[in-house]
Design a protein. Sequence first.
Length: 109
Amino acid sequence: MKQKSKLDYLGFVTDGQTIQISEKSLFKYYSRAYGKAETSRHIAYVTNRKGPRKKLYKLYSHIGSNYKGRGNFITYAYKAHEKMAKLITKSLIRKQVKRHWNKIHTRFQ
């Protein structure tokens, strides 16, 4: 059986049938979010106060979809999905970031 080749271009991966955000981009997004969550927990522990969770939620979740007038990675993914859905290929971008809240929220606690 012949394996389909994939095209990786500008942070998107397509095989001609579907289009997705590259795994590298998602990994980078979650790595940064998890790192900042860890730093926030450390700050809260050292200072005996709550960490800056509100800012983290704005930076890394759908809550901050219009943070400082720019948006965030989730906003970018939603907009990319809307644009890619108009093409003849099937866009799986929305599915990739659908469960971001569960992943982010558990780490920010």
